[in-house]
Design a protein around this ligand. Structure first.
Ligand code: HEC
Length: 147
């Protein structure tokens, strides 16, 4: 009885692996000039805390390939990149950049990096001070006063 149940569970788990979503590979020709330019301090924070979802430089953990976790993880990457890909920055219109800077100011204290992600990537967490540094940097690029 118990054995049958285990077999069923294992079988379902295997079947589940057939459900996968693909995250697109980085394009073969990626212009390095299009990467966002910011002071080193900011760049290094973006790279450690944002690039897994907001660039092509995703470091995928092993469980990121196992369904159903992979469905969640890959959808974050897909949606994260489409919200902003810091390696495609140079291709964005000024209007889009402004929207993103405002988005950073709005999300850096609570929503970004995603709290769920941080539970498994402690090294990507940012202190309050670091968040403020990013916020100030983003604010300094916002043209109009908008609040
Ligand atoms: C685990 C993946 C993940 C990480 C890490 C992450 N993001 Fe995101 N980000 C997303 C996803 C998914 C979205 C789109 C859905 C949403 O807005 O919640 C998004 C949206 C955004 C947006 C647009 C939000 C808006 O409402 O305008 C900004 C700006 C942003 N992220 C900035 C950052 C910054 C800055 C970092 C690093 C400090 C970061 N993100 C780290 C997944 C991530």
């Amino acid at each position: 009885m118990f054995k049958t149940l285990l077999l069923w569970l294992f079988g379902s788990f295997l079947l589940l692996q057939a459900i996968q979503i693909d995250i697109p590979e980085a394009p073969e020709i990626l212009n390095p000039d299009n990467e966002i330019k910011a002071p080193d301090k900011i760049m290094s924070m973006l790279r450690t805390s944002c690039y897994d979802c907001h660039s092509y430089k995703t470091k995928m953990p092993w469980y990121g390939h196992i369904s159903p976790i992979s469905l969640e993880v890959k959808s974050h990457i897909k949606n994260g990149r489409s919200a902003v890909n810091f390696q495609e920055w140079g291709t964005y219109s000024e209007e889009r950049k402004q929207k993103i800077y405002k988005g950073i100011v709005k999300t850096i204290n609570y929503r970004m990096p995603m709290p769920m992600y941080l539970t498994l990537h402690e090294q990507a967490d940012l202190t309050k001070e670091e968040r403020n540094t990013i916020k100030k940097w983003a604010q300094s690029h916002i043209r109009e006063t908008y609040y």
